[in-house]
Design a protein around this ligand. Structure first.
Ligand SMILES: Nc1nc2c(c(=O)[nH]1)N[C@H]1C(S)=C(S)[C@@H](COP(=O)(O)OP(=O)(O)OC[C@H]3O[C@@H](n4cnc5c(=O)[nH]c(N)nc54)[C@H](O)[C@@H]3O)O[C@H]1N2
Ligand SMILES: Nc1nc2c(c(=O)[nH]1)N[C@H]1C(S)=C(S)[C@@H](COP(=O)(O)OP(=O)(O)OC[C@H]3O[C@@H](n4cnc5c(=O)[nH]c(N)nc54)[C@H](O)[C@@H]3O)O[C@H]1N2
Ligand SMILES: [Mo]
Length: 771
């Protein structure tokens, strides 16, 4: 199959399966990245965009939230998937009013997400009203007036403001200010579906909802656990950091049901040896854990560490740190005193020997970092799993010392910054008080809707206006079919977007698509000239980002401008907030942020320094833990793992190597050897046999949760090295199977990696679908 992103649609009959790869990156990654860029945007534009990526004064890569080096940067400081993200955005293909006139909603509803995204960048604001069959052009003024009218016609609690995590700090700040000015905290975001569980575990235990390490720490750790993460695809630049850790004598343990290529070997595309040599071996140990078995694993590791401490007192536990900074070790010790090894093996699929080997590595390390991503956040017991990670780190004093700490690896490039800026449905009082004092408004105190609540509100017809700052809500969330039906009953949906997607097609009764500048576009239509935005990466570094490409259309507006104009049109010209001044000059926004958000003093000045600045992080900076008890907290959780009903497997959903969430770059999940199609179920050979199927059989998938079933048809079984009982499928195809109430307790993050499913032989068309 071609490496280019073809413009024609997916034909699932083209599915090809080859052996999974054993190493990531290398020359092929460079070739693919450049080919995709040139196909979309041409040579000059691609070169211009890529050479600015992640450079000082350059463009923050829209790919992921992995940080940039504070020291030397290479000329090409990007990865294959960052380059694909840029190609996707800087494309010269356009979606003009003529496109919308040609393709009506009925036709567009039959198109795949791949086809929609491949049409290009949206060039003009468009609207569709009841009775219309097609979107058509609308002026910006009329669009903003329409939004104002509709918001004023309803109550604030029936208005929802969703944010996808690409939105820069300044836009996010204005956006939450707008929501609070009209009187709602309905600010769901993609973080609700992503790392919310991390925040829910970290806040009560260490007093901050963010990670506690820097890139330097990664380079100098003695031991790094990479758990529930596929960095070769989703955070490729992390592989360079892991390589540096290895070069410095550190060790790496990978914990993942799938033997993801990037966990084992990295061919650094930045070096000659990486391009043509054998690469660097990464994981020293690999634990092929069962999906959902991590809580059991971390409890077992806690047990073994405490046992070792009893055997050789003072060898494992950092008693000084524990005494000075924590509470609850006695209860933790008591809970970990005994262990049921048979149950631990059942939960994890690992042997005592495997777990003991990693316990030994932990005991021997004086500086450990545990990194995790969605493999740990999207299960019912996720928050407790993550609290067990914190227990382990606390035991050995792995906070506030070089090479040690907790590292939730974030997804969207500014998902962390959006939260810092107040995009949160459960804002804290000090933030609201500061906002009110600065702007003379009265923010609502009642908590708002998160993403899952919003899906429910749609289904109950409790939403009149839905505004989406980026993202693709219809496909990102659970229960696709019911959600799409419900979204179409909303009074007004507004999508601030770069490219067409399914959410535009499953639109509300009135719908607006407002095209915006992307990261790589120049933003210079302001009285004061070109504007710069800022982002915060996964390690709390705040820095500038600015695009330098000519936008594909002169009708695009920057996100802060769109928000300010929506707010003015809604709240009136005499509103107490001068929205226009902020849209004209982002320095004004930053001045105001500096007076509201802690850690942003002197924002404008400090932002313009060479590397930006690092936000305060008490556990890392001073070993202080701002919990309600003023100390870090050990916690005790019951053992829990996923046990599917008889005849069922656990299905996890994940990203292919050729997609960005709901955007498909192509159809080549290269490292896993799956290409041409996406409707696959990766499954253990013995499960296939036991269930009475053979490799490549076409099946219909039925999920079950609380006695309710969901069905998605026509998936191909593909024998794959995944543990028994654990299958895997791609997001978002599998979201139709997700019951909206299957969530992580405490965080309300969807249980995207915890579905119980069974398979039946595919029944050809005409057979009625389940409920
Ligand atoms: N190229 C690219 N980059 C991206 C994205 C993208 O779509 N494409 N998305 C961005 C976003 S928003 C996010 S949040 C991140 C996501 O980054 P990841 O978290 O790496 O994303 P997933 O593809 O969901 O992969 C989850 C990994 O967890 C493993 N896993 C599943 N269940 C379990 C379990 O129970 N235990 C353990 N230990 N492992 C498990 C899976 O096998 C898989 O390797 O990536 C960001 N970066
Ligand atoms: N089954 C399953 N479901 C999942 C997950 C999973 O692992 N499994 N992961 C969840 C996670 S971690 C996340 S983060 C969500 C992702 O959910 P979202 O963030 O809502 O989805 P994206 O696909 O990232 O959004 C893509 C759209 O954003 C728009 N866009 C791109 N760039 C820009 C920009 O610069 N500005 C603006 N305004 N718009 C832009 C484009 O129109 C594009 O179509 O999905 C969640 N859903
Ligand atoms: Mo995410």
């Amino acid at each position: 199959m071609t490496r280019r992103a073809p413009i024609e649609d997916i034909n699932e009959n083209n599915l090809r399966v080859t052996k999974p790869k054993k190493s990531a990156a290398g020359l092929e990654a460079v070739v693919v990245a450049l080919e995709r860029g040139v196909a979309q945007a041409g040579v000059t534009r691609t070169a211009r965009a890529l050479l600015r990526l992640n450079q000082r004064d350059g463009t923050d890569c829209p790919g992921c939230a992995w940080p940039e080096s504070q020291g030397h940067r290479k000329t090409a400081e990007f990865c294959e998937n960052g380059a694909k993200a840029v190609a996707e955005e800087s494309t010269l293909r356009t979606v003009t009013p003529a496109f919308w006139a040609e393709h009506g909603i009925e036709e567009l509803a039959t198109k795949t997400e791949y086809w929609l995204g491949n049409q290009g960048r949206i060039t003009h604001p468009v609207v569709i009203r009841p009775g219309d069959t097609h979107y058509s052009q609308i002026s910006w003024n009329d669009a903003f007036e329409l939004i104002g009218e509709q918001i004023r016609a309803t109550t604030p609690d029936r208005t929802v403001f969703y944010t996808s995590g690409r939105t820069a700090n300044e836009s996010a700040f204005l956006y939450q200010l707008f929501a609070r000015s009209i009187g709602t905290n309905n600010l769901p975001d993609c973080s609700n579906m992503c790392h919310e569980s991390s925040g829910s575990a970290l806040n009560p235990t260490i007093g901050i909802g963010k990670g506690t390490v820097s890139l330097e720490d990664i380079h100098h750790a003695q031991l790094i656990l990479v758990v529930g993460q596929n960095p070769g695809t989703n955070h490729p630049r992390m592989l360079s950091a892991l390589k540096e850790c290895k070069d410095n004598g550190g060790r790496v343990v990978a914990v993942n049901p799938l033997p993801e290529a990037g966990l084992f070997n990295f061919k650094d595309p930045q070096s000659v040896s990486g391009l043509i040599g054998d690469g660097t071996a990464l994981a020293d140990e690999y634990l092929q854990i069962k999906v959902g078995g991590d809580l059991a694993l971390f409890q077992a590791l806690g047990h073994l560490l405490l046992e070792e401490e009893e055997r050789v007192p003072g060898s494992v536990v950092d008693a000084e740190f524990v005494a000075a900074n924590t509470q609850g070790i006695e209860d933790y010790r008591a809970a970990r005193k005994t262990i049921d090894w048979a149950e631990t093996e059942k939960a994890t699929g690992l042997t005592v020997l495997q777990i003991s080997t990693v316990a030994r590595m932990l005991a021997d390390s004086h500086a450990t970092i545990i990194c995790w991503a969605l493999g740990l956040t999207q299960q019912p017991h996720s928050v407790n799993t993550l609290k067990e990670i914190i227990n382990l780190l606390l035991l050995q004093g792995n906070f506030g010392k070089p090479g040690a700490g907790a590292c939730p690896v974030r997804g969207h490039s500014n998902v962390q910054g959006d939260r810092t800026m107040g995009v949160w449905e459960k804002p804290k009082e000090p933030m609201l008080a500061a906002l009110d004092a600065e702007f003379g408004i009265e923010s609502p105190r009642e908590h708002g809707l998160d993403s899952v609540d919003t899906v429910e509100a749609f289904e109950n017809d409790d939403v009149d206006v839905f505004i989406s700052m980026g993202g693709n809500f219809a496909l990102a969330c659970s229960d696709t079919e019911a959600l799409e039906a419900a979204m179409q009953r909303v009074g007004l949906t507004v999508h601030v977007s770069t490219k067409p997607n399914r959410s535009h097609i499953m639109h509300g009764r009135i719908s607006l698509i407002l095209p915006t500048l992307g990261r790589t576009d120049t933003d210079d239509k302001h009285p004061g000239g070109r504007q710069v935005l800022s982002i915060e990466d996964s390690m709390s570094v705040v820095r500038t980002t600015q695009g330098r490409l000519d936008p594909v259309s002169e009708h695009l507006l920057a996100e802060p401008v769109i928000v300010a104009r929506m707010a003015s049109a809604t709240l009136g010209a005499d509103h107490v907030i001068d929205w226009k001044a902020m849209a004209d000059d982002y320095d004004v926004i930053r001045d105001r942020i500096s007076r509201v958000i802690p850690g942003f003093d002197d924002f404008n000045t400090r932002l313009k320094t060479k590397n930006g600045f690092v936000l305060p992080n008490p556990p890392r900076d001073t070993r202080s833990f701002a919990t309600d008890i003023g100390r870090a907290r050990f916690t005790v959780s019951p053992l829990e793992y996923l046990t599917p009903p008889p005849g069922h497997l656990i299905l996890q959903t994940m990203r292919s190597h050729d997609q960005y969430n709901t955007t498909f770059y192509g159809l080549d999940d290269r490292y896993r050897g799956i290409s041409g199609g996406r409707r696959v179920i990766l499954i253990h050979e013995d499960d296939v046999t036991e269930l009475g199927f053979t490799d490549r059989d076409m099946v219909d998938v039925i999920s079950t949760f609380r006695g309710e079933e969901r069905r998605a048809n026509e998936f191909r079984l593909v024998v794959y090295p995944t543990p028994r009982g654990c299958a895997a499928a791609y997001f978002p195809e599998a979201n139709a199977l997700m019951h909206r109430e299957l969530v992580a307790r405490e965080s309300n993050t969807p249980g995207y990696k915890a579905m119980a499913v069974r398979f039946i032989a595919h029944e050809p068309a005409g057979v009625p679908q389940l409920g």
